[in-house]
Every structure is written in C-alpha cells, then in structure tokens.
Design a protein around this ligand. Structure first.
Ligand code: ITT
Length: 188
C-alpha cells in the first residue's frame, strides 16, 4: 500500500492542485504549510536536491518557474521573487513589442522516500498573453496560454489541471509510487 505522503509548500494553491491530481491515483497527500530553504542556484533541480536534505521521509517538495524564450529563460529560478517585485503587469511591460511570446512552465518535484531522493519533472509549453486574463489559479496563470488553447490558465483552471507542468510532474511521481508499492507494472 502506498503510504501517506506529505507536500511541504507555503503555497496553498500548489497543495490543492496536487491533492486533486493525486486523488485520481488514490494517493493521499497531506499539507505541511512551511517554506523549504531555497538556495540560490542556476536550475530548479539543484534547488530541490539541496532542499531535500532537510526534508522528512515520505515528503515531497516542488520548485516551479516560468521560463520566457525572448527573455533568455527569465524569470526562471527567480520566478517567486520577480512575481512579488513586478507581478504580471511587470512581465507584460518587459514583453511589450516582442513578437516571440513563447514560454514554458517547469515543475521539478523531489521526494524523500525510504530515505532516498527521487526527482520528477513536468513541462508545459505555451505563450505569454497580450493582457492579464482570468481570475482562477495563481501567480503567472493570468498571462500564460498553453499551446493548443486560446484561454489563459487563470481563465480555465480545469484545462490547467489537465495539462500543467505540475500535473505532468505529479503523474511521474504517481507512476513511481504505484510501481514501488505494487499497484502497476513498472515501466521505468
Ligand atoms: P513554495 O516554494 O513554498 O512551494 P512558492 O509559491 O514560492 O511556494 P515556487 O517557488 O515553486 O513556489 O514558485 C515560484 C513562483 O512561480 C510562484 O511564486 C508563482 O508566482 C509562480 N508559479 C509556480 N507555479 C505556478 C503555476 O502553476 N501557475 C502560475 N504561477 C506559478
């Protein structure tokens, strides 16, 4: 049986998305409302691997970010800081007059289980909208339109939970847990 797992994050939206997605795999997740210690690093993986050292067993953490092509991947690992400083209005200002609006969200999840660490990654490609649209979701959701759709994540949170970076990383985590604890045949 898959043990109860814990998600350590200070972001309630991230927890609620994870709970909904993992419930589809019959995985029970409990929220630890704490911020993990984030080092300054070049990549999300490095941040997660370092932070996992101070995480209890059966607990996962996630570092996510928005990477904009025309801004050489900015805000990327600085997404949290930049969101607080300039918000979506600031990003749209930086993007004024820029035709290439390609961007992606990346999620890196790290779990400590049986005192070993595992990392899972999810990516969703899309474009930066021309204006802020929608009230759902959080963070950069009102300016991100996933590829193949016309509405932002904030305008359609159902679609967000079907195609998001977090959804994709959590799916990999779920497959790993179900394989490890015997529900599925292992494919990895
Ligand atoms: P924890 O580190 O405590 O988990 P956080 O909110 O700081 O919470 P991240 O560092 O992973 O989470 O996220 C960095 C920023 O990127 C975050 O502040 C959001 O503004 C943005 N972000 C992350 N995931 C997002 C999503 O699914 N939709 C929109 N913006 C997101």
């Amino acid at each position: 049986m898959i043990p109860k797992i814990y998600f350590k994050t200070s972001n309630k939206h991230k927890y609620l998305e994870a709970k909904e997605i993992l419930s589809k795999y019959n995985i029970d997740v409990e929220w630890i409302n704490e911020k993990y210690k984030e080092i300054q690093a070049e990549g999300l993986e490095e941040v997660v691997l370092e932070a996992l050292k101070n995480v209890k067993n059966n607990t996962f953490i996630e570092d996510a970010g928005l990477f904009i092509d025309a801004l050489n991947g900015f805000p990327g690992v600085y997404s949290s800081f930049i969101f607080k400083k300039i918000g979506n209005e600031g990003i749209l200002k930086l993007m004024e007059g820029i035709k290439n609006r390609k961007a992606k969200f990346i999620s890196v999840i790290g779990i400590k289980i049986d005192n070993e660490c595992k990392i899972f990654k999810g990516v969703v490609e899309g474009v930066i909208a021309d204006e802020i649209r929608g009230n759902g979701g959080f963070g950069y959701d009102p300016i991100f339109i996933p590829s193949g759709y016309t509405r932002t994540f904030a305008e359609d949170t159902k679609i967000k939970n079907e195609v998001s970076h977090r959804r994709r990383a959590l799916e990999e985590l779920a497959k790993f847990l179900r394989c490890k604890y015997g529900k599925d045949t292992c494919t990895q």
